[in-house]
Design a binder for this molecule. Sequence first.
Ligand code: SF4
Ligand code: SF4
Length: 210
Amino acid sequence: MLGEGIIKGMAETARNFLGSYVSDDRLTTVQYPEERTPQFENARQFPFLVFDGSDPLKGLRCVACQICEKECPPKCIYIVKSKDKRPDYKGQMQLYPVTFDIDLSVCMSCQICVEVCPFESIKMDTAYELSTSDRFGGLLVSKPQLAKPNDHYRKIHPTDAALSDAALAAEVAKAQAKARADAEAKAKVAAEAKAKAAAPNPVAPVVAIA
Ligand code: SF4
Ligand code: SF4
């Protein structure tokens, strides 16, 4: 029937409108900003940098590999690598970002930076109240603003954070097992060399006594 869809839509609207006076389930809006709807776990806005421990800058997982900078479609990530190195979460010496900026006025929340990061360093935040009257400088966020603790990640994306924690714990265990195996192999080589040096030389020349 011509216009059937419009009639059905109007009926649904009327049902929600009248129903909202008697049932909260029919309320499709809230009194923002006094009220806020809970965020879904897979909600995403803009990226942030994860840090471990209590020092936001020393604990950053980012090793300034610049993969995210290269892969970001609108090129809104800017990174400057350090000249020196410091230990990462596995105890391996790594570079770190001296500068890490993201221009939120350009970011399109595609999450590609998160997908390509091999170090679980960059994740999508759910914060959305970021409006500012400074269109350029106010939306250019740098390392201190981007750095957020792993607990924040666990809070906003618990399922993904648990997977990320498990992956990192497995890597740490692997690195520790390798370090132990290397140390044992080194100790074995050293012990063999010591034993060889202490053993009498079987081909030592015999001195003839006249
Ligand atoms: S979410 Fe997309 S656009 Fe935004 S910084 Fe990451 S890769 Fe770039
Ligand atoms: S956030 Fe990840 S991909 Fe980007 S520079 Fe840091 S370690 Fe590399």
